[in-house]
Design a protein around this ligand. Sequence first.
Ligand code: XMP
Length: 519
Amino acid sequence: MTQHQCLLIIDFGSQVTQLIARRLRELNIYSEIRPFNAVTAETLQQIAPKAVILSGGPASVTEAESPRAPQEVFGLGVPVFGICYGQQVMMEQLGGRVEAGHHAEYGRAFISPAAGHKGDGIFNGLFETGREEVWMSHGDRVTQLAPGFEIIGTSPNAPMAMIADEARHFYAVQFHPEVHHTANGRKMLENFVRLAGFTGDWTMASYRDEAIALIREQVGDRKVICGLSGGVDSSVAAVLIHEAIGDQLTCVFVDHGLLRLNEAQEVVSMFRDNYNIPLVHADESELFLGALEGISDPEVKRKTIGKLFIDVFQKYANDIEGAEFLAQGTLYPDVIESVSFSGGPSVTIKSHHNVGGLPEKMGLKLVEPLRALFKDEVRALGRELGLPASFIGRHPFPGPGLAIRCPGEITRDKLEILRKADAVFIDQIRKHGLYDEIWQAFVAILPVRTVGVMGDGRTYDYACALRAVTSVDGMTADYYPFSHEFLGETATRIINEVKGINRCTYDITSKPPGTIEWE
Ligand code: XMP
């Protein structure tokens, strides 16, 4: 989909492969991640990469059947960079040797340049203090270099920490330059891509223009419907598509009655007033809340909401005559095929809510203009498109909404109390200037009532839990370290301002072992 210079990342299943693409995007370089077993000679021809990076991975090249890179990669005449498992694959496939059974090394290490070696170009701006802090994670080790390679950097436990065949611009490292803990990892990758001749031609302004041209080409004069959740992804997708095809786009916003205080009005007015985008506001709260009555099992709640959502969306979409396309805010992390070595399916922790299944059911084709982007890039595109900053910076909000912040049975009373408490908490966070530091913050209303005393009277009301986490991608998270003053002030405000709550707790569970939402 792009006419940009492309770097191909061949994935061997490392947990951190996506970070390689992230680092490259920060350098305005377009990259694509492909599983090692999906790269054929044709793929290479089609992508025409200007350079290749071989990722890390959990396997051992010394084991039979362990993954290899397509041998053609080394004959493309473009620079190649191997990381950890990628280094070992390079050595194995280019005539060196790798052995298992060495002392495994995990975590922090320091590398220094090999004696007398200048590391032409690849060392640019590095080793200014004589050594670099890097993050290692490996068991095997290269014991014999492939012809043409020499050692350019070493660490006490990894004599071949950095090796290179500079004539061919082949580089390989035993550590992970893509992770945060490798202090100058981004600089190393930058040196590599500069040597490979990348100019950094991937910008949001160019992405926007190309995406618009592609949407016009795909859709022609036909119609598109877009399910809006009020979240950043579907909003940015809708505004982008509207810019491309104007009123051929209709958005459908399903209000399931599980939104936050004033949220429905905010979403509707943002689309109708700011953008004049045709919008169907489907207020189906009675239907959803009715169906949820008496249900307290988290998975049953999620499935009930997910199924109804699809039915309702379909009902409204059917009224939009001639719609042939469904727009979705699918992001790059959802698209990348994950490489599984265990072969087994992963455990379902929570059934996630989306409109999956709809396109086939309704015979719709998909328009997914954000497929190549990471979350923070969607935000950058949103800014490029002029969406209000307050909208772009909003914390993520789950599809099942407040239902999963109300453990146990959902009642309208509880939802009402929860909305008010949540609004006070978010107001406190904004007033203290903390909103942008926090990945997500919300209140959960607990299915317990506790005794309190207010004035001279006894109270018997609900307890609530405040949740605020820091995270990069929602996959792992830590609780936000509010000051005691902040927590005390917030609890006092909630208990004074929200009738129905008389006790407030702060959830200090990280993820894992907890999850961000309560259900
Ligand atoms: P958990 O609770 O699994 O949440 O740690 C991780 C992130 O995902 C959001 N979340 C959802 N988002 N549909 C969504 O669109 C869902 O069903 C859903 N469940 C959780 C959650 O808010 C957090 O940001």
